[in-house]
Design a binder for this molecule. Structure first.
Ligand SMILES: Nc1ncnc2c1ncn2[C@@H]1O[C@H](COP(=O)(O)OP(=O)(O)O)[C@@H](O)[C@H]1O
Ligand SMILES: [Mg+2]
Length: 324
């Protein structure tokens, strides 16, 4: 057994809908070690955000965590009282969203909102507020932070606003940051800068990250390990090196084959045919079967079990053989 900071096992998160229960997260298990960056990748609607929200205790009616365990530094978060979760959120686990305005208040100066976030958790580090605020803003690459503290969010570019949101996440030196597509809305060169800086930051501070993205290229540039999500389940997991060099799930292979950086500019990218089935109307067998070249009758009838451990493995009856 590893000494994981976060150990999620058998997590099931369900939304009650008019068409019956929607299984957004279905039996997800994953582990994150201190200082590690886990990339969670999958197409839109595969359950990535709901996984992040579940870990943070942010699932609300009509949703609920139906089963599973979320052990964070030895403490069970699944079913923990709201006040326990509130204390952990922002203090020991922070979240960064795709839209920085989910974090930032447009009518407050950066200083005012950082102060609110800083004061929200007593018992934390006994830093001087201004010193700490300037320190984290500088860390995320905001020049002249001391002066920028008195600016409002609209005086920053999109990339700079996201940096401020990341700085706020860092204020209390969290053990874990869950970043949900935080660079998706930014242009490519800003994305690359932020990825490089976040990577250095994680290494330097020992903060672990779950970095969520629909884009495998982003994840590949950042993560130590990758978990591939499809229709509410993790279908493959491994080190970034393993996943890139020898993907075993046909879906992972499809994602890799449609990476633009593997093809000359303007070439038509191979796409995975078909689309992900609706989570409220999943087929009986493997949810990828109808899109899969390797599928057999078995795949249509039965859902494949996980083959592997908590660090690496695949959920497929006919995985690709690792080539030596
Ligand atoms: N509040 C909600 N009520 C009902 N269904 C939801 C709710 N939030 C998310 N879902 C459903 O859960 C599934 C997974 O969503 P999500 O985790 O946001 O996907 P991803 O982040 O991978 O794009 C989707 O089918 C989505 O429609
Ligand atoms: Mg999402």
């Amino acid at each position: 057994m590893t000494n994981a900071l976060l150990r999620v096992s058998g997590l099931k998160t369900v939304f009650a809908t008019r068409n019956g229960p929607l299984r957004a997260v279905d039996n997800v298990s994953l582990e994150v070690e201190r200082g590690e960056i886990l990339g969670l990748v999958g197409e839109s609607g595969s359950g990535k955000s709901v996984t992040g929200f579940s870990i943070l205790g942010l699932i609300e009616e009509p949703g609920r965590i139906e089963a599973g365990s979320i052990l964070f530094d030895g403490q069970e978060l699944a079913g923990a009282p709201a006040q326990v979760l509130r204390r952990i959120r922002g203090h020991r686990i922070a979240m960064i969203f795709q839209d920085p305005m989910m974090t930032l208040n447009p009518v407050l100066t950066i200083r005012a909102q950082m102060k609110l976030a800083f004061d929200a958790h007593e018992g934390g580090a006994k830093d001087d507020f201004t010193t700490r605020a300037i320190e984290v803003l500088t860390k995320v690459g905001i020049p002249d932070a001391a002066h920028r503290l008195d600016a409002y969010p609209h005086q920053f570019s999109g990339g700079m606003r996201q940096r401020v949101a990341i700085a706020i996440a860092l204020l209390h030196r969290p053990d874990l940051i869950i970043a949900d597509e935080p660079t998706t809305a930014l242009d490519v060169s800003i994305q690359a800068q932020i990825l490089t800086e976040v990577r250095a930051l994680a290494r330097e501070t020992g903060t672990a990250l779950i970095w969520i993205s629909h884009d495998l290229a982003t994840i590949a540039a950042l993560a130590n390990r990758i978990a591939v999500m499809y229709a509410g389940k993790i279908v493959e997991q491994g080190t970034t090196r393993e996943i890139l060099r020898m993907p075993r799930h046909p879906y992972t292979q499809g994602l890799l084959n449609s990476r633009p950086d593997r093809f000359p500019a303007k070439a038509k990218l191979p796409q995975i045919r078909g689309s992900m089935p609706s989570l409220s109307n999943l087929p009986r067998g493997c949810a990828f079967a109808s899109r899969c070249d390797r599928a057999t009758d078995l795949c249509a009838m039965q859902s494949p079990a996980w083959q592997g451990d908590t660090q690496q493995g695949v959920r497929c009856f006919h995985p690709l053989e690792p080539n030596p």
